[in-house]
Write a protein that binds this ligand. Structure first.
Ligand SMILES: [Zn+2]
Length: 97
């Protein structure tokens, strides 16, 4: 198997990458329903953050499309951070030993 994070070749069945420390996710760990809920929750968070930023930056005199793009990008970044935090806090869902 190959580490999806750093591309290192690992022995089959490894639970963690010895190089970058990435925890491997066996496909059966999170049920499809759980994965679905997580994806929906992340999308909701992304939209909420982007919308919030869009409202907050409403007072600034920036081009509307630029503002929307910046808010969406920031939303993605913040959702990514939240996603990492969630994975750290709820390792059960992601196959940590
Ligand atoms: Zn790795």
């Amino acid at each position: 198997m190959i580490c999806p994070n750093c591309g290192t070749r690992l022995p089959e069945g490894s639970t963690r990458c010895h190089l970058c420390g990435r925890v491997m996710v066996p496909p059966s760990e999170a049920t499809p329903a759980e994965a679905c809920i997580i994806v929906i929750a992340l999308c909701a968070v992304l939209l909420a953050i982007s919308f919030l930023l869009f409202v907050v930056t409403g007072r600034l005199e920036i081009d509307l499309r630029l503002r929307a793009a910046v808010c969406l990008i920031a939303g993605f970044a913040l959702t990514g951070v939240l996603w990492r935090l969630t994975r750290r806090m709820v390792p059960r869902l992601f196959g940590s030993q």
